[in-house]
Design a protein around this ligand. Structure first.
Ligand SMILES: C[S@@+](CC[C@H](N)C(=O)[O-])C[C@H]1O[C@@H](n2cnc3c(N)ncnc32)[C@H](O)[C@@H]1O
Length: 311
C-alpha cells in the first residue's frame, strides 16, 4: 500500500522552527517524510536532518521519498530515546526538533495494522511491530477495572464501564481477535441513542487502546524535557498534538521548563533558584486555518506549541 499522509500545519512548523543552513535538525516523527522534505529544502544541502520513527514502514517510505538528500539520516527508534539516539550519532546538541504526534493516515488506513474500526483486521495497533504489547493483549488480558479506566482516561468514553464489562464476558467464551468483533461489543454496550451520534461509536475506545499500546502519554513529558535539553541556544522544539490530554502535557511541561520565580512578592532578591531552560514562543497554540481544514479534516484537532531554548 502506498504511504499516504498529508502533513499538518506544514508552513507553520517550518516557519517556527527557524531553519538555518548548516545547522542540525531532528524530525522525531518522520511518518511519510512530509515535514522532513521541507526542512531539507530549507537546509539546501547543508547541515543535517535526523529522522526518527518507530514504524519500519514509515522509515522505508521516507528514505525513499528523501533519497535525493545526502544530509538526511533515518533512525528506527522511539523518540523517547532522543538523547541516546543523538549520543550514538556523536551529536551533543541540535538546533531544532519537530514532534508531530500520533498516528499517520497510512497507519490508520492500512487494514492489516489493526488501528481502524472501519476495516476488519486482527487487533494490533502497534506502531512498532517489534513491540510485545498489542491491542489483542490489552483487550484479552487486562482486568475489567483497568480496561474501564483506560477507556475513560484516554478516550473520555462515557460507557467505559459497560464496554469493559461486556469485553470480559465475551472473552470468557473465546478470545476477541478482530477489530470488528470489538466494534460489535462496543455497540452492544451503548444505548441506542449513542449509536446515532455523529462520531463512530468505537472511535473513543479505539483511540484509548492505541494510546495504551503505544504508551503515547506515559513517556511524553520526559520526551519533551529531553528534547529541550538536547537543544542548542536558540534551538526550537515544535510539537503538534491531536488530543487534549497530549496538549495538556506539552503545555504544562513547557511551563515547567520555562521556569518561574516562586519567591514571595515582597522579597527584594530571588532566593528560590528556579531553573529556566528557555521561553515559550506560542502563548496560545497555533491551529490550522480554514483552507487547510477544507483540504484535511484530520487537521481539525491539531495544536502546535513551540519552545525556544536559551542557554
Ligand atoms: C502524524 S505522523 C507524522 C507525519 C509526518 N510529520 C509527515 O509529514 O509525513 C506520526 C508518525 O510518528 C511516529 N511516531 C509516533 N510516536 C512515536 C514515537 N514515540 N517515536 C517514534 N516515532 C513515533 C508514527 O509511527 C508515525 O509514523
Amino acid at each position: 500500500m502506498e504511504f499516504k499522509h498529508k502533513s499538518v500545519l506544514l508552513n507553520e512548523c517550518i516557519e517556527n522552527l527557524n531553519i538555518r543552513k548548516k545547522h542540525i535538525y531532528v524530525d522525531g516523527t518522520l511518518g511519510g517524510g512530509g515535514h522532513s522534505y521541507e526542512i531539507l529544502k530549507k537546509l539546501d544541502g547543508t547541515g543535517k536532518l535526523i529522522g526518527i520513527d518507530r514504524d519500519k514502514v514509515a522509515i522505508e517510505a521516507s528514505k525513499n521519498k528523501l533519497k535525493e538528500f545526502s544530509n538526511f539520516e533515518a533512525v528506527h527508534n522511539n523518540n523517547a530515546n532522543i538523547l541516546s539516539i543523538l549520543d550514538n550519532l556523536g551529536i551533543s546538541y541540535v538546533d531544532g526538533i519537530l514532534l508531530d504526534l500520533g498516528v499517520s493516515s497510512y497507519q490508520l488506513d492500512e487494514a492489516s495494522r489493526g488501528f481502524s474500526y472501519m476495516q476488519d483486521s486482527r487487533l494490533d495497533m502497534r506502531m512498532n511491530t517489534d513491540d510485545k504489547l498489542s491491542a489483542y493483549e490489552v483487550v484479552n488480558n487486562y482486568s475489567e477495572d483497568r480496561l474501564s479506566r483506560i477507556f475513560f482516561d484516554y478516550g473520555e468514553e462515557k460507557y467505559s464501564k459497560s464496554i469493559a464489562k461486556n469485553i470480559c464476558i465475551e472473552r470468557k467464551e473465546k478470545n476477541i481477535t478482530t477489530t470488528f468483533e470489538l466494534v460489535d461489543i462496543i455497540k452492544k454496550s451503548m444505548p441506542k441513542k449513542a449509536l446515532n451520534e455523529k462520531q463512530h461509536p468505537a472511535k473513543r475506545v479505539f483511540q484509548a487502546i492505541r494510546i495504551e499500546v503505544n504508551e503515547e502519554l506515559t513517556k511524553l513529558k520526559q520526551t519533551v524535557i529531553d528534547s529541550i535539553k538536547a537543544l542548542n541556544d536558540k534551538g526550537r522544539l515544535a510539537i503538534i498534538t491531536f488530543h487534549s490530554l497530549e496538549d495538556k502535557i506539552v503545555k504544562h511541561t513547557y511551563e515547567e521548563m520555562e521556569g518561574r520565580c516562586t519567591c514571595p512578592k515582597d522579597l527584594p532578591v530571588c532566593i528560590c533558584n528556579y531553573i529556566s531552560y528557555g521561553k515559550i514562543i506560542t502563548k496560545k497554540p497555533i491551529t490550522s486555518g480554514e483552507e487547510e481544514l477544507k483540504e484535511n479534516p484530520r487537521a481539525r484537532s491539531a495544536k502546535l506549541r513551540v519552545f525556544e531554548r536559551i542557554n
